[in-house]
Design a protein around this ligand. Structure first.
Ligand code: ADP
Ligand code: ADP
Ligand code: ZN
Length: 213
């Protein structure tokens, strides 16, 4: 079961991916999480990526393609995986297809979470993320039981540097220019499964479950 979660920043990809990991027992592969882990560890990759991330631009294709190529070859991906936040450009999608073909593998479904633009700013500026395990929350729509602390691991919640209004504005533009073309790309390959991303988090989880079985 090889799945792509597609959708604009704030659509709920990470939130749904974390629930799908438990349901299907396949790992979530988030290029954003991997880049942030590299930044935390102050690796050259992380330090380089930060420049792009802070301004809301995409990290160069070859960097994220390299990350994905080594990650999907790891043992825990044998039974499948969920790509969250990758691919984000047509060049990334083409590189993915090529590497999977070489592995005699392919993508089964592209879950496209649809949320109108005017909803996304509020979701992203209110997002809080666990410093320890990466679980996402929202100050209004999905608050933790104890303010500032993660329900899952007790870790400290923080606001991502790029979840401010100016950077979110750029990220939404970058999405429209560079990532939205992937909707047609996967539609043409009959892999696109559009999901209405408005409503309760659990409700949307149910909609995705209906598609994936
Ligand atoms: P993405 O990974 O697509 O950028 P996230 O899963 O991190 O999006 O969700 C962005 C923010 O919106 C988070 O704060 C999350 O708690 C919140 N959120 C997720 N799903 C919903 C929903 N269905 N309704 C309202 N808020 C949501
Ligand atoms: P969100 O959950 O809001 O969609 P992510 O955590 O997926 O955000 O991504 C944060 C940032 O990391 C992006 O704005 C971009 O700079 C970088 N990034 C993540 N994935 C990719 C990718 N596939 N290609 C290029 N840049 C990426
Ligand atoms: Zn946590």
């Amino acid at each position: 079961m090889n799945i792509i979660l597609l959708g604009p920043p704030g659509a709920g990809k990470g939130t749904q991916a974390k629930m799908l990991v438990d349901k299907y027992g396949i790992p979530q592969i988030s290029t954003g999480d991997i880049l942030r882990a590299n930044l935390k560890a102050q690796t050259p990759l992380g330090i380089e990526a930060k420049k792009y991330m802070d301004s809301g631009k995409l990290v160069p294709d070859e960097v994220v393609i390299g990350i994905i190529e080594s990650r999907i070859k790891e043992d825990d991906c044998q039974k499948g995986y969920m790509l969250d936040g990758f691919p984000r450009t047509v060049a990334q999608a083409e590189a993915l297809e090529q590497m999977l073909t070489q592995m005699s593998s392919g993508i089964d479904d592209v879950i496209s979470i649809e949320v109108p633009n005017d909803e996304l700013m509020g979701r992203l500026t209110g997002r809080r993320t666990c410093r320890n395990c990466g679980q996402g929350y929202h100050v209004m729509f999905d608050p933790p039981q104890k303010e500032g602390l993660c329900d899952k691991c007790g870790g400290e919640l923080y606001q991502r540097d790029d979840d401010n209004e100016a950077t979110v504005g750029n990220r939404l533009k970058v999405y429209a220019d560079q990532t939205q073309p992937l909707i047609d790309y996967y539609q043409n390959k009959s892999l696109l499964r559009p999901i209405d991303g408005l409503g309760e988090i659990k409700e949307i989880f149910g909609r995705i479950g209906q598609v994936l079985g």
